[in-house]
Ligand binder design. Sequence first.
Ligand SMILES: Cc1ncc(COP(=O)(O)O)c(C=O)c1O
Length: 360
Amino acid sequence: MINCRKEVKALKAYVPGKPIEDVKREYNLEKVIKLASNENPYGCSEKAKNAIIKTLEAPSIYPDGNCTSLRNEISTKMNILPNQLIFGAGSDEIISMIARTFISPSDEAITCTPSFPQYKASVTAIGGKIIEVPLTNHTYDLNGILEKVTERTKIIFISNPNNPTGTIITQKEQLDFIKKIPNNILIVLDEAYYEYVYDDNYPESLPLLEEYSNLIILRTFSKMYGLASLRIGYGISNPEIIDYLNRVRGPFNVTSQAQAGALASIQDNDFVTNTFKLNKSVKEYTYKKCDELGFDYIKTHGNFIMIDFRKPSLELFVELQKKGIIVRPGFYFGMDTYQRVTLGSQEEMEIFFEIIENLL
Ligand SMILES: Cc1ncc(COP(=O)(O)O)c(C=O)c1O
């Protein structure tokens, strides 16, 4: 019998929500609303769609392994060098590259919990140890992380805003923290929901790269840009770190479709402005409905919200699914009376609350 590595044996595969088509079939439903994976309910830019379709004329050709056009566009837009960028099949892949590049067996990485599960999965899969510090007030506990730093610490992962709670750490908190961390520890600033945040205290991390050589910022095209199925995200750091990461990266890891879609997306400001506005207004509607119905919730800076329905989350999850709503149960985050609900369109959220009112 073939045996896998012991680190892999100890892992659990990620359990995604059921696909929409499966839920339709299982419960004999015509319409299913997925509010489970923080996707963009408004789809993606039409310009991106057209650019993607164009690439389908030549599927026999490997993609540009360097993502040249996209790299040049982002470097110009952000005023950084092209070799400060790395692209991945989603920021998921970059998180995995970071762990494979910097973690040796028994090295440690620190993050908070509950937070994005891929930090732990990527580090433990290669034999590293993940140290998880509980959130305080649903927010990253930077002092708690600081206390756990040892000579074995190699990486610190910070999700800002944090998935699943939607909270942020501020510019000042982030900077104070970075100043205290030795520069041989890589700090990963995962800003997957960056484009949604309008709080003045939210960090602008990019300028910090000039002064601190141990930072990498992660961004993605899966959320605001609505390209989750294409799998494309990017990391911004100094050229030395990017060079190391490139050594473990697969040669053609980002498809031509993803590159073309991403390039057209970042050139389409109208789509971003529109999604931003709609997300904000649906968020306010959601707060209002929760207040009216008496459900506690965590104020969010992303396109998702944790709502406390005061009911075991797997039970309510199944009841919602039967009615055609897919959410992410708080059970998976150790917050068992909550559901993480992606902020859908206004119409989707009205249906969601109507069903909730009937169920509870
Ligand atoms: C905090 C955070 N980081 C990274 C990701 C990964 O995004 P992707 O791999 O689609 O770019 C997600 C996705 O939900 C996320 O919530």
